[in-house]
Write a protein that binds this ligand. Structure first.
Ligand SMILES: Cc1cc2nc3c(=O)[nH]c(=O)nc-3n(C[C@H](O)[C@H](O)[C@H](O)COP(=O)(O)O)c2cc1C
Length: 197
């Protein structure tokens, strides 16, 4: 069900503020963490921002490799999302393992950069890190240029999400805090208000 998304529409994958999984790899070291704070910041070329705390193993791999991916998990992956956001891959790496193996998370290779992308997600963006040392140091904010975008065609088609209550296990996750998530259940098409004067 995976389909390529035009880069012109890549921003729509994270436009509505879903929690994402940040994946990274450097040599044999690979990792995945949850991030509630990510957003599109430019259309052309498509660029995104994500906050990656100084304490994380992810940050070490992103800085070493110059790349990261944003995976958009769905409701079916709520426990996985919470788990990889509550444990560090550093300890697993020291033991010669990683979170993918520890929690049986299956991946496929990103088409542009070969980054590990998480199976079962509904959107995937591979990004080249844009070096902004000041923002990284002062605000933990990392910028990336999107170089590949894919989505699950069952919930993202014609450049936008399409959420059907009958398939809510495929809807994106939005973190309310403390491991509690919400998901979008319905949508409404807005129309322009009539002018009166
Ligand atoms: C739902 C959720 C959202 C999170 N959002 C962020 C975030 O936006 N930025 C961040 O630095 N950490 C965030 N975290 C915490 C990291 O995922 C957590 O520190 C993780 O253990 C880091 O893993 P690592 O050391 O393997 O990279 C979040 C955690 C959860 C559960």
């Amino acid at each position: 069900m995976r389909t390529t998304v035009e880069l012109a529409h890549a921003s729509r994958l994270v436009n509505h503020g879903p929690t994402v999984l940040v994946t990274s790899a450097q040599g044999a070291r690979r990792n995945v963490m949850a991030a509630a704070w990510s957003m599109p910041v430019e259309f052309t070329p498509p660029r995104v921002a994500v906050v990656i705390d100084k304490s994380t193993f992810t940050r070490e791999l992103v800085l070493a490799s110059g790349a990261f991916a944003l995976n958009v998990p769905c409701r079916a992956l709520a426990d996985l999302t919470y788990t990889v956001g509550s444990t560090s891959g550093r300890e697993a790496a020291d033991a010669g393992s990683d979170k993918f193996a520890r929690y049986r998370i299956t991946t496929f290779d990103g088409p542009a950069l070969g980054l590990p992308l998480v199976e079962g997600c509904v959107g995937w963006l591979e990004c080249r890190l844009i070096a902004e040392p000041h923002a990284q140091q002062a605000y933990d904010t990392f910028f990336g240029e999107v170089v590949s975008a894919q989505a699950d065609a069952r919930v993202f088609a014609d450049g936008r999400w399409s959420f059907d209550p009958a398939r809510s296990e495929l809807h994106t996750l939005h973190h309310l805090g403390g491991g509690v998530f919400a998901w979008p259940e319905r949508s409404v098409r807005a129309t322009l208000l009539p002018t009166t004067a």
